[in-house]
Design a protein around this ligand. Structure first.
Ligand code: AMP
Ligand code: MG
Length: 548
């Protein structure tokens, strides 16, 4: 007999029979042992006013403010089982009304005082002062069965003191994009925040999607998202700028003690230890972006996580035809945040983060900033080379490999080759077949590239490099296949999913999530939708902007 939803959800705890390494998965957020808490954040200086109106908030890190439930009938569109697992939740929790209430902002967990965070930032190179969570609420942290700290946030959950001119909401298109991108990037091995759920409402907001003077009403959504920390470079910058040095020190101490407990530096060394970690990890994250062909679109310091994970997915894009000048954000006229600029912007942003830490440093420590920042370049290059040689199926890295990689990229550029498919096809064809030009007909990228006059030179260099490693070609293909996805979240794929989601048909969303969470193998449901084929002609007209 089928269990009722209540029985399945219950408030009890299910033991996983026979697997001691897989502890109990709690089934509902109302379970006494499932603790979401803001306690640790309430220790910070808080906004003394609890009224929810838009204002400048001095001397505070958070403002307590309740989410505003989405108006109209809300529907849970999708959950990410693997993100829920980080919270020890079984996907069946999606059937629990309490869970839906929690992630749509209409029920507050007993341990939680929802908070909006005050931060600032440099946007497109300019200091813009207070920004803050204008449509996001931190619901608390959860420590999972592995002892890992995750912070749960809602986005699109209503007005806060930081809403500035906004309405506190997020539209379906931007929410679907953030949900799928975060989960896809995680599957690609990129440092990223996660998304656990997407709730769609009936409330309408006005958006001028292309800033063309043609605003339209759009439906709204709330995403629940997870990161080990939601603090940003801008969280520190605002405190330094406003001379709130005690708060700045508190925040540095918090990050070090909660997120780098093993480093355990002397309190006076904490700011520099934090900067060092950010330098190493930001270099790694941006090298990962380059390796999967991801362009963030808005690398302002308010969108740069202090733990160097990708956050605030907005007008991002994945490279299709390889073009290093690719600008995903149609509002970024100068291409400040183009694909090829990301490594240098990462450095500039770290420099601004370092500036924010200066008030905590002694004279002799100040001199070390330069040395720490200098590490960025080599950290980035090491990571970049490691990732791209893996994409070529190599096991080791040699200095000359940089040339090998750039010669391939050069051919890709000249042949207008698709970034993702070039690497996927290379990893799925033997070098013998490639040399004999015996390619499967449907290898639409390599079939074009082999015609380039430089290709045979690349192939010779590639073959001798593989030989040098003393591995057989199958081993090369195995390494390459494990690093090269067949599917990425192309704008036109997102668009198809969005159009259906706006009509409350979430089947394509489910399929996209399944495919993108496991993008290295072939999926028949993706093949039948043409997701690894050349883009349809209408795709070239798609634009994404900051409007969200
Ligand atoms: P973003 O470009 O999404 O990183 O947002 C930049 C700033 O604008 C952040 O402080 C956001 O919270 C705020 N913001 C963006 N959209 C809205 C909105 N619809 N309502 C309120 N605040 C918003
Ligand atoms: Mg942002």
């Amino acid at each position: 007999m089928a269990q009722s939803v209540d029985e399945k959800i219950g408030t009890g705890v299910r033991d996983s029979p026979g697997r001691s390494d897989r502890p109990r998965l709690y089934k509902d957020v109302t379970n006494e042992e499932w603790k979401l808490s803001t306690e640790e954040f309430l220790k910070f200086p808080l906004d003394p006013s609890s009224e929810n109106y838009i204002r400048k908030v001095p001397n505070a890190i958070f403002s307590p403010v309740l989410p505003m439930p989405l108006g109209g009938k809300t529907v849970l569109a999708v959950v990410s089982p693997s993100a829920l697992d980080l919270l020890d939740l079984d996907p069946i929790v999606a059937e629990s009304p309490r869970f839906v209430d929690l992630v749509s902002g209409s029920w507050v967990h007993p341990g939680s005082t929802p908070l909006a965070h005050r931060y600032g930032g440099h946007q497109f190179g300019w200091w813009v002062d207070q920004l803050g969570d204008g449509r996001a609420h931190l619901l608390g942290h959860y420590i999972n069965r592995h002892g890992v700290w995750w912070e749960v946030q809602l986005k699109g959950s209503g007005l806060t003191p930081y809403s500035r001119r906004g309405d506190g909401r997020a539209v379906i298109r931007s929410s679907v994009r953030e949900f799928l991108a975060a989960e896809a990037m995680h599957a690609l091995g990129v440092r990223t925040s996660r998304c656990a759920s997407l709730v769609v409402g009936e409330e309408l907001v006005m958006r001028d999607q292309f800033y063309s003077g043609h605003p339209k009403l759009e439906r709204t959504a709330v995403v629940s998202r997870l990161a080990q920390s939601w603090f940003r470079f801008g969280s520190f910058e605002i405190l330094a700028r406003k001379g709130e040095i005690d708060n700045l020190r508190l925040l540095v101490d918090h990050i070090i003690t909660k997120h780098y407990p093993d480093l355990d530096p002397e309190p006076s060394d904490r700011p520099l230890v934090l900067l060092s970690a950010a330098v190493e990890q930001t270099a790694e994250m941006i090298a990962q972006w380059q390796a999967v062909g991801f362009a963030h679109g808005v690398m302002n310091t308010d969108n740069m996580s202090v733990l160097s994970v990708t956050i605030d997915y907005g007008p991002f894009g994945f490279l299709e035809t390889y073009n290093p000048k690719f600008i995903p954000n149609s509002s970024d006229d100068e291409g400040r945040y183009s694909y090829r600029n990301q490594p240098s912007v990462g450095y500039e942003n770290l420099r601004m983060f370092a500036d924010a830490l200066r008030p905590l440093l002694t004279q002799s420590q100040l001199a070390q900033i330069k040395i720490i920042l200098k590490r960025y370049d080599s950290a980035f290059r090491e990571a970049y080379l490691r990732l791209f040689t893996e994409k070529l199926g190599l096991q080791t890295q040699k200095e000359d490999d940089e040339k090998l990689v750039s010669s391939l990229l050069d051919i890709m550029k000249e042949s207008n080759a698709d970034f993702t498919m070039t690497f996927w096809e290379l990893g799925n064809v033997s070098l013998a077949d490639l040399a004999a030009m015996e390619l499967p007909k449907n290898y639409w990228t390599l079939n074009r590239m082999v015609k380039n006059e430089k290709f045979s030179r690349f192939l010779n260099a590639y073959e001798s490099r593989i030989k040098e490693e003393g591995r057989i070609d199958e081993e090369r293909m195995k390494t390459a296949s494990a690093s090269n996805p067949k599917y990425v979240l192309r704008n036109w794929i997102a668009q198809q999913v969005i159009e259906d989601a706006e009509k409350r048909d979430f089947r394509a969303l489910e399929v996209a999530l399944r495919v993108l969470q496991n993008p290295y193998r072939t999926h028949s449901e993706a093949e039948s939708r043409g997701w690894a084929k050349p883009s349809p002609s209408w795709a070239s007209k798609l634009r994404v902007s900051c409007s969200s």
